[in-house]
Design a protein around this ligand. Structure first.
Ligand code: ADP
Length: 401
């Protein structure tokens, strides 16, 4: 009987999942899918590794059915039906927040679950869904190890100056820190960079994860030094619907003078700001690039200028730069955004090969460029599967000793 790894990435209204073959190294993708709750309906679509649709279902939920439990039950039923002869060896979960404590993946037990639940206030929009995913998988496979892989773990080694806000010190001790996020994506991308450009990967690298959620990370010899996302994943770059960097005085003004309620303010910062708020058109970069409206153009201009600004800051944090990597939906697919971010950056040593950039090549810097620039397709599910199976092997080894 062959063995599989299942990965779960549970968001507020969607669950990304994937099934990998555990018998090969690194684990290879068999199928991946998305369960979503859109309007009144729920929907699951599963594709094979060539993106060919394998399974699709849609249903209208009964009043009482919670999305996560409901969708997971169907996802698991699909997997059992599709692979009746395969056994699940381990389930890997994306967990947004590992707090100050978790600096690597961990096998989930009741103590870990209690620690993860205690971190819910730090990531109120995500953590509870991640935990719900773990509970659902535990209920489905009580004897299968569940591994939590954290978005924050990659950043736990930040030097103090990039881990702290200039607030009274007691807040830092209470966990008000620059945690950084997108760590699983950064880890995956750095693994690929080590394979294609080992010298640069061992040097000073800025990775720009530009998707609907967007952040940038300064990495020195494979270790995160600073990240544009800080205490929450609202900080740093403007995103599809999140504001990014904001003067805290604006928050005070909106609360005190404009009398916005806390819930209203939170909703605005998370879901009505960023590209969507600035353009008034869409959170989707493709739509904005296709639009001839001046507000769409201004929203893109703002996004590009913030990426360039952060690139300068992160390069300073690294004392220079050997490589830049673009990833995420925008970073991987929009040659024009990459082009605009890198334009006129000769002063920092960047020379772009415009043809390679337009063609979406893996390396887009020209031969004489002091800083090498790459486009790498990120794969958070792959890194979760890999880390889960490594931890499983370590456990087996330690138990056998
Ligand atoms: P998430 O953070 O939700 O995982 P993605 O990494 O999938 O998001 O990125 C989604 C973003 O990528 C959207 O804004 C989408 O418009 C953008 N995108 C995808 N393909 C292209 C493209 N060809 N050109 C410009 N933007 C693109």
């Amino acid at each position: 009987m062959n063995r599989q790894i299942v990965t779960l990435n549970a968001g507020s209204s969607s669950i990304k999942f994937a099934v990998f073959d555990e018998d090969v190294r690194p684990p290879t993708l068999i199928a991946s899918g998305l369960a979503q709750s859109v309007g009144g309906a729920r929907h699951i679509l599963v594709r094979d590794r060539a993106a060919v649709a394998l399974h699709e279902e849609q249903w209208v939920p009964s009043e009482a059915s919670a999305f996560h439990a409901d969708a997971l039950r169907r996802v698991l039923a699909w997997r059992t039906g599709a692979f009746p002869d395969a056994r699940v060896a381990v389930v890997g979960h994306r967990v947004v927040h590992g707090g100050a404590h978790f600096d690597r993946p961990v096998v989930v037990n009741d103590d870990v679950l209690a620690e993860l639940a205690a971190l819910e206030p730090l990531a109120p929009l995500h953590q509870s869904h991640n935990i719900a995913g773990i509970f659902a998988a535990r209920a489905a496979w009580p004897d299968v190890p569940q591994v939590a892989c954290f978005d924050t773990a990659f950043h736990r080694g930040h030097p103090f100056v990039h881990d702290v806000f200039a607030l009274p010190r007691s807040f830092y001790r209470d966990g008000v820190r620059c945690y950084g996020f997108h760590g699983l994506s950064y880890e995956y991308v750095m693994g690929r960079l080590r394979a294609i450009a080992p010298r640069e990967a061992a040097g000073r690298v800025v990775v720009a994860h530009l998707g609907n959620g967007a952040s940038m990370c300064a990495i020195l010899n494979g270790a995160s030094v600073a990240c544009t996302m800080g205490f929450s994943s609202l900080d740093g770059l403007p995103m599809g619907t999140r504001c990014g960097r904001l003067d805290p005085g604006v928050i005070l003004y909106l609360l005190l003078e404009k009398k916005l309620g806390v819930a209203e303010l939170s909703e605005m910062l998370w879901t009505e700001s960023g590209l969507k708020g600035l353009s008034g058109i869409s959170n989707d970069m493709r739509e904005l690039e296709a639009s001839d409206q001046p507000q769409a153009r201004e929203a893109i201009d703002y996004f590009v200028s913030r990426v360039r600004y952060e690139l300068g800051g992160l390069a300073a944090a690294l004392d220079g730069l050997d490589a830049i990597v673009f990833c995420g939906g925008v970073g991987e697919n929009s040659w024009s955004i990459r082009d605009r971010v890198l334009e006129g950056m000769d002063w920092i040593g960047i020379k772009v090969d415009r043809t390679a950039n337009r063609a979406g090549a893996e390396r887009i810097s020209s031969a004489g460029s002091g800083v090498r620039v790459f486009v790498i397709r990120t794969d958070e599910e792959a890194i979760i599967a890999q880390r889960a199976v490594e931890l499983l092997a370590l456990q087996v080894f330690l138990t056998a000793r």
